[in-house]
Design a protein around this ligand. Structure first.
Ligand SMILES: *[C@@H]1O[C@H](CO)[C@@H](O)[C@H](O)[C@H]1NC(C)=O
Ligand SMILES: *[C@@H]1O[C@H](CO)[C@@H](O)[C@H](O)[C@H]1NC(C)=O
Ligand SMILES: *[C@@H]1O[C@H](CO)[C@@H](O)[C@H](O)[C@H]1NC(C)=O
Ligand SMILES: *[C@@H]1O[C@H](CO)[C@@H](O)[C@H](O)[C@H]1NC(C)=O
Length: 591
């Protein structure tokens, strides 16, 4: 009977290739019902403009991601810390040949020869350039230029797109289409200090007996953070295998002179040190307008603090040039053991398929032992710049992705007049941030609740006596909630344009927390262990061993008072603030 097989195979091949030439039955693959807040549709896009297109193919083993990640990040798993190589990850999730060939055939049929299609790094994206005119024909759609009310920034998008039915089932997403994948930095705010630092406003430094911890109420410095969270001085000899990355998007870039002014005051031995620069998608160091907080504030903040907390650990700066082409699948440049990102978007600017695709890439980073740390947003339950949509809360992506660690913001409780005493007695001197910034938090509209978070979320919902319900957020207890943890984000001394200002935001909290994880990785590597990788299963399971609960404050937005910080986990401050020593002990006790 063997001889029959080739014939059957041939028949199958023929019949499966028929639909590409004979069928016209297109199905809508993705569709958006409204334009995200603050974007206005302007004109039809110029038909001759060529753009880089990407087709994200369906991936093998996609639904097994949570199980794989659990096996290397759950502290009870015998495979804890046994991270995968990039080859194992790529092979496991590679799309089937059938998916790839079906899509290639469809493209060829539309005059896009296979020779002009590049298979993306992780095998699941097909990349090619296409004119708008041809894309409109291929995807049965129309492209428009949209303009952002405030920034004046343009974005090219359509409202829906269609592909043949037999192709649709092999595709996750196509970009650029209807996603408003425009990254924005947090609404960090800056209050300039008008007074020069006289004795009364001298920033706290543990080497200077003329200042005290109480000065941390005027301004947060690296010394304040070390005292608040029991963070030790970094070792003089970091290990080469350790690595720590910060992601920035153009045109926000750091200014070298500002780093040195900051280091001179707070970390003298780091004067002259710079992050290692890695350009992604044409990212550049743009040092024009060095005094402009809008184009340098985020990077100056992130890098000044990451370096002050961990120097002489090397820091890698991933400067991303073009977020319009940073589609799903393009996060795998994040190769350092910890990555901190203080940029994000609103879920409602994207689509579920887009977010699931990107989020799964973070799962793959976790499998490889990378801890991905995102700030949770600065507008409470509202989205970036205080946007809400259809009167609903606007959760932040990627903070809602269950494979990242989302960090909210806290501040010192201003009624505390004995900070040193509170810390000595292991008390909590902080509350949820209550400045112009409110800690981003809430419940995803897309992602299911992960196992490690189920109990605390249902506990919170059971006990919270909320004045609003499912008209504002998904209160089923079945969705991913955020943030996971929080850390100080108020009054950080940051140099920009030669001047120090007090900066607020979860933008500050994320690199601070990431610095702690980098220091812990160093300890683990020196002890012959792996990096910690995906953190959340451990963070939730052992919160009682390291977290100081935040039980005061809230995160207002969308004309509500938001959620309240309560005993235990809450969608304002997560599990609370970390005590470094406790957190380090937890991770050192694991294999
Ligand atoms: C600061 O304290 C240290 C240690 O107690 C002491 O040796 C030093 O003299 C003090 N310096 C000043 C300026 O008081
Ligand atoms: C830091 O980077 C420099 C320059 O790339 C390199 O020479 C040095 O070995 C690195 N140090 C560590 C501890 O990784
Ligand atoms: C970024 O992408 C947009 C749209 O894809 C394009 O118009 C622009 O030229 C690109 N910019 C750079 C610096 O590559
Ligand atoms: C809330 O989330 C659950 C789980 O994803 C989903 O089944 C349900 O439809 C959502 N409810 C609303 C109102 O969107």
């Amino acid at each position: 009977m063997h001889f029959l097989l080739p014939t059957i195979a041939a028949l199958v091949a023929v019949s499966s290739s028929l639909p590409t030439t004979s069928t016209n039955s297109h199905v809508v693959h993705e569709k958006r019902n409204s334009v995200p807040a603050k974007w206005a549709k302007r004109s039809r896009m110029n038909p001759s403009t060529r753009l880089p297109f990407r087709v994200g193919l369906k991936q093998n083993n996609w639904h097994r991601g949570p199980e794989f990640l659990d096996s290397v990040s759950n502290p009870l798993s015998k495979n804890y810390g046994k991270h995968w190589s990039i080859e194992e990850v790529t092979q496991t999730f590679a799309p089937s040949e059938e998916s790839r060939d079906t899509v290639l055939q469809w493209l060829t049929h539309h005059g896009i020869p296979s020779s002009s299609v590049k298979v993306g790094g992780a095998l699941h994206t097909l990349e090619f350039d296409l004119s708008i005119e041809d894309a409109e024909e291929l995807l049965k759609t129309e492209y428009f230029v949209y303009e952002h009310d405030e920034s004046g920034r343009n974005h090219v998008a359509c409202e829906e797109y269609s592909v043949p039915e037999h192709v649709s089932k092999h595709i996750n997403i196509i970009t650029p289409t209807l996603h408003f994948d425009v990254k924005s930095k947090r609404d960090i705010s800056r209050a300039p200090y008008h007074e020069p630092f006289g004795d009364t406003h001298k920033p706290f430094s543990k080497d200077d007996n003329t200042t005290t911890l109480q000065d941390c109420f005027n301004m947060i410095t690296p010394s304040c953070l070390k005292a608040l969270y029991n963070i030790p001085e970094p070792s003089e000899e970091p290990c080469e295998e350790n690595s720590f990355g910060i992601v920035e998007y153009n045109s926000d870039t750091y200014i070298a002179e500002d780093l040195d002014r900051f280091f001179k005051n707070y970390t003298p031995k780091a004067v002259g040190a710079r992050p290692e620069f890695v350009s992604i998608l044409g990212g550049k160091l743009d040092t024009s307008n060095p005094s402009d907080f809008n184009t340098h504030g985020e990077s100056n903040l992130d890098i000044q603090y990451a370096m002050a907390m961990t120097y002489p650990q090397n820091i890698t700066l991933y400067e991303v040039g073009n977020d319009s082409t940073d589609d799903a699948g393009n996060v795998n440049f994040m190769k350092t053991k910890v990555v901190s990102v203080s940029w994000g978007q609103n879920e409602n600017e994207l689509t579920p398929a887009y977010m699931e695709t990107v989020c799964n890439e973070y799962m793959k980073l976790g499998l490889q032992g990378v801890s991905v740390i995102y700030s949770s947003g600065d507008d409470g339950v509202a989205g970036g710049s205080g946007e809400c949509m259809d009167d609903r809360f606007a959760p932040d992506f990627p903070a809602t992705c269950p494979y990242v660690t989302a960090v909210g913001a806290t501040q010192l409780d201003e009624s505390n007049n004995d900070l040193a005493g509170t810390l000595e007695s292991n008390g909590q001197p902080e509350v949820a941030i209550n400045s112009v910034v409110k800690s981003g938090g809430g419940f995803s509209e897309v992602f299911s609740v992960p196992d490690w978070q189920k109990d605390v979320v249902s506990n919170f919902l059971k006990n919270a006596d909320l004045p609003f319900g499912k008209e504002k957020f998904n209160n089923s207890g079945k969705v991913r909630a955020f943030p996971d943890i929080s850390a100080n984000g108020h009054n950080y001394a940051v140099y920009t344009g030669g001047e120090v200002g007090a900066v607020d935001g979860t933008s500050a909290s994320a690199p601070l927390f990431a610095s702690m994880i980098s220091l812990i990785n160093e300890e683990r590597i020196k002890a012959g262990k792996s990096s910690v990788g995906f953190l959340n299963p451990v963070l939730y399971k052992y919160a009682d061993k390291y977290a100081r609960d935040i039980t005061s404050g809230s995160n207002p937005g969308c004309d509500t008072d938001g959620f309240e910080a309560v005993e235990g986990w809450d969608p304002v401050s997560g599990l609370g603030t970390p005590d470094y020593t406790g957190l380090k002990d937890v991770f050192m006790s694991l294999d």
